[in-house]
Design a protein around this ligand. Sequence first.
Ligand code: ZN
Length: 443
Amino acid sequence: MSSLSLFFTFVFSVLFLSFPSFAQSPLNRPSNIGTGVFVDFIDAEYDMSFSEIADAVVGEKQFEINVISVVTLNQLEEGYILFDLKPDVLEVIVDGERTRLDQVKTERTSSGVSQFHKVGKFTDKGLHTLVVKSKMQIWTKNFGLWLNDWDDRAMLELYVVSNLQYDQYPMRFKLNGKSFFKDSHVFTNGIEVEDANSIVLEFPDFSNSSSVFLNVVPNESLSGLYQTTYLTDDDRKIDVTLYSSSGSSDEGLEKTYNERVKVALYDLERDWGAWPHDSLVLAFDDCNRSMEHAGAARLCEHSAIEHELAHSYWGRGVFPADGNSSWLDEGIATWMDHNLIMQVRSSYIDTDLSNNGKYFRATNQSSYTSGARFLIQVGFLLNAEKQVERTENWLMTQCMRSFYEKYLYKTFMSIDFLDHVVNDCSNGSRADEIRNLFAKYIF
Ligand SMILES: [Zn+2]
């Protein structure tokens, strides 16, 4: 193959491979974003340099992180590249040229106004490089990429240049200055790559702004650590790590693993298939709200173990493409808890599950019980009104399992789930009723 045709094959594959998830991005050029365009990240490298703030006094933040985000991206329309990043931006460089940054605000919806950055350089369709230098300050050496899907703009954009949830791309984090971390543990769902000077972590192609787990814990903050292996249903031996910075001991974590985690893993594998990740990391921490990552979770209380593990399938195995699609993974995670079924069936369902505005990135908080109740209603139609109990609601279970298999490692939207239910799960006679149910509660 000539180098020219190799080049075209490369460009074609990049465009071809990246197109499906990009189709889920919000519409470009909304009137108040002008010629700003959403793009498709191809890959991202995040270089983070940690240092002590020399003149910080007690009661102030003690450490600073200087971040260089380097993104290779594909632009499908000419215009000004849009992205997000919350910390202070120091410098923006597009294709080697320094440029300014503008803030753009989206139209106001019932959930508020969202915001992005728009670069000052107009660029054509095709591949580009975006380099952004930014900095943030932290209180202690205990540093985590903590995400929050109840707020807008609270995913990876809290720390590094990020795209919206529709976009999946391989990421590489480089934490510079090994000496800074010499008395710390690094817990992650990524793969650590050998490097003399830095801690280098790589995250898979399906990663998005919600999937990465990374927590650096100073040894003195660690109260317990339990590491073991788990043999998955498809015979992979995966590393399992439970750690605590909130008082649980090594023995306590071992007991939690044997009595809760392992049991939950068996149940999940029986219902949905083999554990879909290469490891499992569970952080037991003093925090306000537990949060799921891909094959990992931050747990503020033990009662969240099963729920957050379920999200490694629903939410971080198949990924909601935006805040308006995440009612499904909260609904299913709630639906799976058999104890809640009696409470959730045939009661009130919020009619606003997927109505946050196109650019908003937060999950509707009524997604949990209303989402579960909605799924039970759909199951009720599929089962010709005979069965609504989870254990007997086999048509709905089958329907969700085939949806999971279709979208594993991919992003989905609510409309994809409706199409699946109508086309692959119903015999056609109930299609209109199912569409009406989605129209009433979801869209
Ligand atoms: Zn949840």
